[in-house]
Design a protein around this ligand. Structure first.
Ligand code: ADP
Ligand code: MG
Length: 600
């Protein structure tokens, strides 16, 4: 009895079978380990064959450096590896394998054969059945290594049960080979399912040529290169035309240091770059390779190494988003925005006011202004891709294509009052609009009124702010406090329409700004916002409305003034600006009579 309670080491075969549970899940995971071993051995040609979805047979042969005859037994021994000598190496992993687990694990759950040679001529071979070496001999072969895995999981019925139909397992194997082939263009890959050659990737093909084997031609033809370097990070790859976005997220392929991975940080950075260009439920096509110093990424999270952990997720996110965004902006830019939009000098801004009602939601836009109609023509490229409403788009589109305002011949005078509206008499002190109704006279603070209109619209549209990409990013030096403040409200700023990036310094790189603001106003806005402490969304909108609104001192034409009054008339809370100051002052006839002492 006492014997049974003694702690004993598990027999090695059992240890390996347990380890196999982690690494070897299905034929494609076996394939992954074998192909990565071939690449670690500097092979330039890798030939892969499977039968029956890989369950009956997997063979991987390469022309790599091979294994010495006296090392072959070690290669199938647990924790034996030629790739790692100390914990120090573990922090700087460059090769695919490093645990020395794969071959013994695979060999413990299959009928396994490995043959290898350091040079053309004679090599040595080893056969293993369910973890026990059954045969060792010499064999004639060229330089390289050949591994055969037969009857996978025959001794682990529980695993066998979980395998899918052979066709499904075969598809997973083909996918795996392709993913690896995309990252290794200098290597020649051939993949055979049974005796049928499924993929042949010739060495020297570029990424697009290899993608053409798996993606439709029109998708591949619409890809554009990503090429970005930022300090120690590099981001390369290809990304698709937003117009070709698709329902399934199955064409986003991510690599870290040429290792295919599933990674949420990079995935969301790619999606973020496409935000506003595709619908939230759509997915782009993207193949993204991140190069990063090995000590900044932990690839040792999972035995199958498809997950990684980054030291600085934020930096990775920003680099990838920036990289993809740059390609999108360079290749899929809306010409209307960049060609006509800015720069307008700040002094000119108020002159765009007649066009302003095209920024207003439909119910606010006075129909008598031609600019409101012509503004819609330049929304053409994107509207169907935008989740936001037409009203919100109008709000955030500045119809600069109609600048200077259309209908120069339209008579400015006289101005009949709109229904229930005052008659516009003129501007006083370049700040107040004078209106007369039957029984009262009104002074409107033009800035406060415009501010309130814009504030209401910002609030209605929430965080779907249209962004205006800048040809040249703006730079803004930050204090440390401002930089942490920026990070706190990053999402809100992005929601307003900014695309920002933190650079060393710290500096803020401004790549896009809300369409409502000019570049200089956008900068002012950020300066204000980043020095404030606690800020609610309402506060952000208020500051933005304030920056975007016409100013006291701006001369308004009659048309401009009327457009403003018209819009202001229609908003619900028109008496006070977002800061609580009154927008309008009224004097009724009775009041005036008292003031003039016409009546007592
Ligand atoms: P790891 O790759 O983690 O080192 P493996 O069990 O996959 O562990 O492989 C064990 C060792 O066998 C490797 O370190 C390598 O030295 C050798 N080896 C495996 N496959 C090959 C191959 N195709 N070519 C050359 N050497 C190989
Ligand atoms: Mg390995």
């Amino acid at each position: 009895m006492a014997d049974e309670r003694q702690i004993r080491l598990l027999p090695p075969e059992l240890q390996n079978q347990i380890a196999a549970g982690e690494v070897v899940e299905r034929p494609s995971s076996v394939l992954k380990e074998l192909v990565e071993n071939a690449l670690d051995a500097d092979a330039t040609r890798v030939r892969i064959q499977i039968r029956n979805g890989g369950q009956s047979f997997i063979k991987v042969s390469d022309n790599g450096m091979g294994i010495d005859a006296d090392q072959l037994e070690l290669a199938v021994t647990r924790h034996a590896t030629s790739k790692l000598e100390s914990m120090l190496d573990l922090q700087e992993i460059r090769s695919f394998g490093f645990r020395g687990e794969a071959l013994p694990s695979i060999a413990s759950v299959s009928r396994f054969r490995i043959a290898s040679s350091r040079e053309d001529g004679e090599g040595s071979a080893l056969e293993v059945l369910h973890g026990r070496i059954t045969r060792q001999d010499r064999t004639a072969m060229p330089r390289g290594t050949e591994v055969e895995v037969s009857d996978l999981f025959a001794n682990v019925p529980a695993r066998l049960k979980f395998l899918k139909q052979p066709a499904t397992e075969a598809r997973k194997c083909a996918e795996l080979v392709t993913r690896i082939a995309l990252a290794n263009p200098h290597v020649d890959f051939e993949f055979l399912n049974g005796d049928r050659s499924v993929h042949r990737f010739l060495s020297g093909q570029d990424l697009a040529q290899r993608l053409a084997a798996i993606w439709p031609r029109e998708v591949v033809e619409a890809l554009h290169a990503v090429n970005y370097a930022d300090g120690t990070f590099g981001v390369t790859g290809l990304v698709g035309d937003p117009a070709m976005a698709q329902a399934r997220p199955d064409r986003i392929l991510i690599y870290v240091n040429d290792r295919p991975v599933q990674d949420k940080v990079i995935m969301s950075a790619i999606r973020e770059a496409y935000r506003g260009r595709i619908l939230g439920k759509e997915s782009p096509q993207a193949v993204v390779f991140l190069q990063i110093p090995p000590d900044e990424v932990d690839v040792n999270v999972h035995p199958a190494k498809t997950e990684v952990r980054f030291q600085d997720e934020g930096a990775i996110f920003r680099a990838v988003r920036r990289a993809v965004l740059q390609t999108l902006e360079d290749n899929f830019r809306r010409p209307d925005i960049v060609d006509h939009a800015w720069p307008l000098s700040v002094g000119q801004v108020h002159q765009t006011l007649p066009a302003m009602e095209a920024r207003l939601p439909e119910e606010f836009a006075p129909s008598r202004f031609d600019s409101a109609q012509s503004a819609s023509s330049y929304e053409e490229p994107w509207p169907q891709k935008f989740p936001s409403s037409t009203a919100a788009q109008q709000l955030f589109e500045t119809p600069d294509s109609t600048y200077p305002p259309a209908s120069p011949s339209a008579p400015a005078e006289p101005h009949p009052p709109a229904p229930g509206l005052h008659q516009y008499l003129g501007q006083f002190a370049r700040t107040y609009l004078i209106l007369a109704a039957e029984n009262e006279i009104t002074l409107i603070d033009q800035h406060a009124a415009h501010e309130r209109i814009l504030f209401n619209m910002l609030r209605t549209q929430g965080s779907h702010g249209q962004r205006r990409p800048l040809l040249m990013p703006l730079e803004m030096p930050l204090h440390t406090a401002q930089s942490s403040r920026a990070q706190e409200i990053w999402a809100e700023l992005e929601g307003l329409g900014f695309s920002l990036e933190l650079a060393p310094g710290p500096r803020l790189l401004i790549n896009s700004i809300p369409a409502l603001l000019t570049p200089s106003k956008a900068r002012e806005f950020l300066e204000d916002i980043l020095t404030e402490k606690a800020i609610s969304m309402d506060d952000l909108w208020a500051v933005m409305a304030c920056k975007a609104a016409i100013k006291a001192g701006d001369i308004l034409s009659a048309d401009e003034a009327l457009a403003l009054v018209d819009a202001w008339q229609r908003i619900p809370d028109k008496d006070y600006c977002p800061h609580g100051r009154p927008i309008a002052l009224h004097w009724g006839v009775n009041e005036l009579e008292k003031m003039f002492k016409r009546r007592s």
